[in-house]
Write a protein that binds this ligand. Structure first.
Ligand SMILES: Nc1ncnc2c1ncn2[C@@H]1O[C@H](COP(=O)(O)OP(=O)(O)OP(=O)(O)O)[C@@H](O)[C@H]1O
Ligand SMILES: [Mg+2]
Length: 254
């Protein structure tokens, strides 16, 4: 048997060990002070990570950089060891499921079922297979009676569920969700947590203000304040540290 050190596979460069790596990212909206400054972190296979921070702290801006909707002025993003840049974006997007903070930004097809099957069909999944998977997801998300309805006829919470179903239909390796529980009642928040915990997804990064819900599904927390990552720690211990949470503008019971 080869010794590990003689196996070149084990000497590959570091970014490939991570599902996601963000390196010294700085982002400013045009003609403004940077919203994010020198952000670095990585997420390994098997991690579920919370992205926390006060209103306006830059969570959505960071997530939109990670999925290539915004281009950082400085820094690099690696997904599965591949540098995110215009020529790698289409290939990398195939592996990322991204849920917008506003579910209305996600849904654009005439009916709910068409929205849920659009992504897989676009990536070449046979229509019958996409349809079967779509119907399964409609059941999981309590939307089977709405399959052929327009998304405009759904309630805010139902729209959120339809958007989540559409993201999961793509079976992403890396799941990035921006405020996924907005508009959901406690029973649906629980169901969503159960669905997420069962996914075979390699890694998740979830921005939310729903601290107790995050505590049930994520193991690690990144907290943005003042444009940088102020805290990168174990989620359970952070939720018990009310003084630190207060300091970063996240009082625990409010
Ligand atoms: N299109 C834009 N042009 C200029 N500034 C923007 C734009 N979008 C967001 N910002 C500013 O960037 C900062 C970060 O916004 P962002 O939406 O990333 O915050 P967030 O942490 O996601 O907030 P929330 O918790 O409210 O979702 C805010 O100060 C916001 O005003
Ligand atoms: Mg946001």
């Amino acid at each position: 048997m080869k010794s590990p050190i003689s196996n070149p596979q084990l000497l590959v460069s570091k970014p490939q060990a991570n599902v996601l790596r963000v390196d010294h990212l700085t982002y400013a909206y045009s003609h403004q002070e940077p919203v994010l400054q020198d952000i670095s972190f990585s997420i390994n296979v098997g991690s579920r990570v919370a992205l926390m921070g006060a209103t306006g702290s830059g969570k959505s801006t960071l997530l939109e950089n990670i999925i290539g909707l915004k281009q950082p002025q400085q820094g690099k993003i690696w997904i599965h060891g591949t540098l995110l840049q215009p020529n790698t974006l289409p290939q990398l997007r195939r592996h990322i499921g991204f849920g917008f903070q506003d579910a209305n930004d996600q849904l654009f097809m005439p009916t709910v079922l068409e929205d849920i099957t659009f992504g897989p069909r676009n990536y070449g999944v046979p229509p019958a297979v996409a349809m079967d998977k779509g119907r399964e997801l409609l059941v999981d998300f309590g939307l089977e009676a709405y399959a052929n309805r327009s998304v405009h006829e759904l309630s805010g919470g139902q729209r959120r569920l339809a958007a989540l179903a559409a993201i999961l239909a793509l079976e992403p390796d890396l799941l990035i969700l921006d405020e996924p529980t907005t508009g959901l009642d406690p029973a649906w928040r629980r169901t969503l947590a159960q669905i997420l915990l069962k996914l075979p997804t390699q890694a998740m990064l979830i921005a939310s203000h729903d601290l107790h819900w995050l505590g049930k599904i994520t193991q690690r927390s990144l907290v943005i304040a003042g444009g940088s990552i102020q805290i990168d720690t174990d989620m359970r211990s952070l939720l018990q540290d009310s003084r630190t949470l207060e300091r970063v503008g996240l009082p625990i019971d409010w």
